[in-house]
Unconditional design. Structure first.
Length: 132
């Protein structure tokens, strides 16, 4: 005798998987703000670049960037200070592993392709040195 899975339950599981597929994309979105400050040089102009675009902010301030696995490169300038360039890496979000169970391959693929499984720091401090 073979056990049969009730059809309504099977349809419910398939429907739930479709709804939860890419749940990181739904739960945390594909964009995020990053607060940027240059304590020694308030009013510095910082330009950010990644393969997904370019952004500019006068510090202290915030930029709104798409999440991605790529690093952001920031270059800050202000008269009387050395130009400072830093790289800001994105962190892998551990909840994405759970998406394998909830959303399966489709959910994981959506979160990977949209960048939703990565996140930059909420705030970043860039230290600038005065010119000699």
């Amino acid at each position: 005798m073979t056990a049969r899975f009730p059809r309504p339950a099977l349809l419910g599981i398939i429907g739930l998987s479709a709804l939860l597929g890419g749940c990181g994309w739904v739960a945390t979105g594909t964009n995020q703000p990053i607060y940027v400050s240059t304590p020694e040089a308030k009013g510095a102009v910082c330009e950010f670049h990644s393969p997904r675009g370019a952004w500019r902010v006068v510090t202290p301030g915030a930029i709104y960037v798409p999440k991605t696995r790529h690093k952001l490169t920031a270059t800050c300038r202000k008269a009387g200070f050395r130009t400072t360039t830093v790289e800001i890496g994105a962190n892998f979000e551990p909840w994405a592993i759970g998406n394998v169970f909830l959303g399966g391959f489709i959910g994981l693929s959506v979160d990977w392709s949209t960048g939703a499984m990565h996140e930059y720091p909420d705030a970043y401090v860039i230290h600038m040195e005065p010119e000699a």
